[in-house]
Design a protein. Structure first.
Length: 381
């Protein structure tokens, strides 16, 4: 049994996937259910590739009855990522018995395929395996492949929509979102969407005169997968705040229609403006909508609705505008000439340099450093 570069790369990728899944299953930090679902995704991905490797290297010709067990593992990819997304977004998420319904297409299609395969003689099984390796199956077979691809796309699309809804709720609930915005999860979903899409493209290329180049595509996909696992995903999982999430009620609350007419917002907004100027609650880096509503002795939904309808702002924007204004004041009028931009950032309630720079530029058109330089240059004229 000989191994070329692509075979070695495939072996290493399978090892990495299985190692990451074991790491996630044994990880105590964060939510265990989230770790377990993501570990299950990587495990199914690794087993799917292992099945392909055993087929390509001819192992199943000696033991044909073992063949095709992992062919339909891709039907688990979408459900596992979707459930993982739910577990990260909803703080109170728990796996229920009915969640097994997401795996029914996998069990049904795998059972049907294995029943048909094992009803063949050993010689017929070996011939089918050769046909699969040569990718010379009847066109009707590719209908199943198309179904698996559409199944995966559907689950990932729903997951992305759920993240988008979560982000909408986030800016109405929190003033600091850099550790909660799930950019890493959205990037994970988009990466695997692209990965599966290109894998499907490779299957099409095999049927064309460009078939001799399909191994280059496979090698590129495996290298991209290795890079993703080692450079991005594991780095993201080091943060214990990734799985903080919201409660189901918090997410549902953002979808409820406002119950107050716009004319009722003025008293609350006036109370809020006075409180912000006098008490300066925005200096608290982790200030949330619930915290501020509690301080004002109003319902969080009433405060959110007043900001959205009365001022046309999310809670996130409202609080951070005050922080940026406070930063502008310190950068312009600080009694301490040695006060650094970083110190200003912490004093006004930011705890992330990237967020501070991004929001300062958004509201002023300049970075904090450029703003300070412009103030200094004007004062020396």
């Amino acid at each position: 049994m000989s191994f070329n570069f692509t075979d070695i790369l495939l072996c290493f990728t399978i090892f990495q996937l299985l190692f990451v899944s074991l790491f996630l299953f044994s990880l105590d930090r964060g939510k265990r259910v989230s770790n377990g679902l993501l570990g299950g995704f990587f495990l199914s991905f690794g087993l799917n590739l292992l099945d392909a490797l055993l087929l390509l290297k001819g192992v199943y010709f000696a033991y044909p009855a073992w063949g095709l067990w992992g062919t339909n593992m891709a039907l688990l990819f979408g459900p596992l990522l979707y459930l993982h997304t739910q577990s990260v977004i909803y703080r109170d998420f728990r796996l229920k018995f009915y969640h097994i319904a997401h795996a029914l297409p996998f069990f049904l299609l795998t059972g049907f395929m294995l029943f048909g395969f094992h009803s063949l003689s050993a010689g017929q099984q070996q011939q089918m395996l050769r046909t699969i390796i040569a990718e010379q199956l009847p066109r009707t077979f590719y209908l199943g492949t198309a179904f698996i691809f559409c199944h995966f796309i559907t689950y990932l699309t729903v997951s992305l929509r759920l993240i988008r809804r979560y982000r909408h709720t986030l800016v109405n609930q929190f003033s600091a979102v850099q550790n909660k915005n799930l950019n890493w999860l959205a990037s994970t979903i988009l990466f695997f969407l692209m990965f599966v899409g290109l894998s499907s493209l490779r299957s099409v290329i095999v049927q064309t005169p460009l078939a001799r180049h399909q191994w280059l595509i496979l090698a590129g996909l495996l290298l991209a997968l290795l890079w993703f696992i080692n450079r991005f995903l594991l780095k993201a999982l080091r943060s214990p705040d990734l799985f903080a999430g919201l409660t189901t009620d918090q997410l549902a609350e953002s979808d409820r229609p406002a119950s107050l007419p716009a004319t009722d917002h003025a008293p609350l907004l006036e109370q809020l403006a006075t409180y912000m100027q006098v008490q300066q609650p925005y200096l608290e880096p982790e200030l949330t909508l619930d915290d501020l509503a509690r301080q004002l002795n109003v319902r969080p939904k009433a405060l959110s609705t007043a900001l959205n309808e009365g001022l046309g702002q999310h809670f996130f924007d409202y609080i951070n505008r005050y922080r940026v204004d406070a930063a502008k004041h310190l950068l312009t009028n600080s009694p301490d000439p040695k006060l650094t931009v970083l110190e200003v950032m912490y004093q006004v309630g930011f705890n992330s340099k990237s967020s501070f720079n991004t929001l300062f530029r958004k509201y002023t058109g300049q970075t904090p450093s450029a703003f300070r330089k412009s103030i200094i240059s004007r004062s020396t004229l």
